[in-house]
Design a protein around this ligand. Structure first.
Ligand code: ZN
Length: 249
């Protein structure tokens, strides 16, 4: 199929659907300059990720975790939503897309205007911190100031619990509420669009198949082929921002 025929087919699937769910992975944010941590040369090929059990067990691991966080933060805090984020935001605003399920922790869907309650973050959010015991919300700014002064580790003002960035670490349980919402949205939709995810890592890998079992159409938009391509109704191996802009305009 030619590129324009693929775009037409994509448009038709969207127009023919009543309830669309968008699922996004790292690929959508690389166009905003955020590296894919799993890609060759990414952060995780240089550092062993800190396991949640080690984080909890050792003050030194907690210090190392905050050192890395504030070292890498300049990239994430400078990042802006790109054309792909904006196209998705306009599909949400039109009522076509009911929710955005994301593996990303950069907060760029919210920054592009998707309401907080329509973004389901499977791996948490790196733009704030929270108490692991009571869930209290903490801004990063004061934590950074104290940490950069003398490596003070943040603790909860309310319950003295351990405060950690609001991301889900390796070895940490998936967030139950978000997983349940993502499942419900996937089963209720009639079109599931997976964008910028290699769809290899669980739970990401399970959603496209669940959508198909529930009778939805499945579109996969990713620069490279994915393991789930064989079950998709339409596969687009194209750049994300330009493709979504062309379809939504
Ligand atoms: Zn607390």
């Amino acid at each position: 199929m030619s590129e324009s025929a693929l775009l037409d087919a994509f448009r038709e699937l969207i127009e023919g659907s009543k309830r669309v769910v968008v699922f996004t992975g790292a690929g959508i944010s690389t166009e905003s300059g955020i590296p894919d941590f799993r890609s060759p040369g990414g952060i995780w090929t240089k550092y062993q990720p800190i396991d949640f059990g080690d984080f909890m067990a050792s003050e030194e691991m907690r210090r190392e975790s905050w050192r890395r966080k504030f070292g890498a933060d300049k990239t994430i805090s400078a990042a802006q939503p790109n054309a792909g984020h904006h196209a998705i935001a306009s599909m949400v605003a039109s009522g076509k897309v009911t929710s955005v399920i994301t593996q990303n922790v950069d907060g760029l869907h919210q920054a592009s205007g998707v309401p907080d309650d329509q973004v389901i973050e499977l791996h948490g959010n790196a733009t704030y911190a929270s108490c692991l015991s009571c869930g209290a919300y903490y801004e990063l700014e004061p934590i950074r100031d104290a940490f950069e002064r003398d490596e003070t580790l943040p603790t909860c003002d309310i319950c003295s619990g351990i405060v950690k960035t609001a991301t889900i670490s390796f070895g940490q349980a998936m967030p139950e509420k978000e997983m349940a919402r993502a499942d419900a949205e996937t089963w209720a939709c009639d079109l599931f669009i997976a964008i910028g995810s290699s769809l290899v890592v669980y739970p990401a890998a399970g959603f496209p198949a669940a959508a198909k079992r529930a009778g939805a159409n499945l579109v996969i938009l990713n620069r490279d082929p994915t393991d789930q391509d064989p079950i998709a109704d339409l596969v687009l191996n194209m750049e994300i921002g330009p493709t979504l802009s062309a379809v939504v305009e």
